[in-house]
Design a protein around this ligand. Structure first.
Ligand code: TRP
Length: 333
């Protein structure tokens, strides 16, 4: 029996944070044995809004790979590879750009949010607007059917499937499979400042490499319920960042429900819920940080892991590209 194929990955713009962990890394750990898993270091996509700083994109490749292994990804089980070194991904992207319109790209909710966050107008890099077509290439080149991602990526998987359907329609056969996004039930983790999304760009994230002091400071500063002034006042659980994080990381659901109940009834102070969250985050990040420090000493090992992974990914993506060109009925030599 062949295992279902997973393709997912991360832009290489800096070290990963606990939003990535809750959103997708945790699912990838679970899928390692049951699926054939490909993990993409998306340096080309990182460049779509970082063309002014290729050095950051380059340096982050190893950073992200270290984060993968530090959380428990096993390179013997999951294939870690570098996007920019796979010509077939770029070639499929070029083909797919003809199967999507500019207005559809502009309507993608994730792209819309990102454009707003970055303040892009007509000066938007063309590569940025078009990266959903490249993401469709990433996914379909591996014939992946499962894509573990954070909630914000769902519209990109939807758009991938639209492109795939259009290609299949023109080819008059099902040459590429559609893919399913696997999104965690706890939903999107807000930033520590209460903003909708934790992101490196917004600077409201807790990194997987955070020091104990950084974790303490982040939890202390966390947005709770601005109307919960005295301990005996009833507190709001909805929209409370501390509870959003507890939802994602507290494994004792029964105790958490009880805590929410006491908080909304009144009589439970913010410091109590923050202490609980801090303990949980220190226990989660502590071992990751330790492994990170150990792993970071062996740069050459990571280069080798990525080289091997990229070679394996090369064969798979070349085969798919050839198939797409042939089945679309283009001229072949
Ligand atoms: N867009 C993802 C991110 O922001 C990275 C990515 C690129 C990706 N290609 C992908 C994720 C394909 C899932 C599938 O980090």
């Amino acid at each position: 029996m062949t295992r279902p194929i997973i393709l997912t990955g991360d832009r290489t713009t800096g070290p990963l944070h606990i939003g990535h962990y809750a959103g997708s890394l945790r699912n990838r750990l679970q899928f390692q044995d049951s699926h054939e898993q490909f993990l993409l270091l998306a340096d080309t996509q990182a460049l779509t809004d970082n063309a002014h700083d290729p050095g950051k994109v380059r340096r982050s490749v190893i950073e992200v790979a270290i984060d993968y292994l530090a959380v428990g990804i096993d390179p013997e089980k999951s294939t870690i590879f570098l996007q920019s070194h796979l010509p077939a991904l770029a070639e499929l992207s070029m083909l797919y750009l003809n199967f999507v319109t500019v207005s559809r790209l502009e309507r993608n909710p994730t792209i819309k949010d990102e454009i707003r966050a970055r303040g892009f107008g007509r000066d938007i890099p063309a590569g940025f607007l078009c990266y959903p077509a490249a993401q469709a290439a990433d996914i379909s080149a591996f014939e992946a059917t499962v894509v573990p991602v954070g909630e914000d990526q769902a519209p990109l998987i939807e758009q991938t499937n639209e492109i795939v359907r259009r290609v299949n329609m023109v080819a008059r056969q099902r040459i590429l499979p559609e893919a399913r996004a696997v999104i965690p039930p706890s939903g999107r983790l807000p930033g520590v400042d209460g903003k909708a999304k934790m992101s490196k760009t917004a600077g409201n994230a807790i990194k997987l490499s955070a020091s104990p002091e950084e974790i303490t400071a982040a939890v202390r500063a966390m947005f709770t319920d601005p109307n919960h002034l005295r301990i005996e006042d009833p507190g709001q659980v909805e929209g409370n960042v501390v509870f959003a994080y507890l939802d994602a990381f507290d494994e004792d659901c029964v105790a958490l429900e009880e805590l929410k109940h006491r908080y909304s009834r009144g009589g439970l102070g913010d410091s109590k819920i923050k202490n609980r969250l801090e303990d949980i985050l220190q226990a989660l990040i502590g071992p990751i940080r330790q492994r990170r420090t150990e792993l970071a000493k062996d740069h050459a090992y990571f280069v080798e892991v990525i080289r091997k992974g990229t070679e394996k990914a090369h064969d798979k993506t070349e085969a798919t590209k050839r198939k797409v060109i042939e089945d679309l009925g283009l001229f072949t030599l």
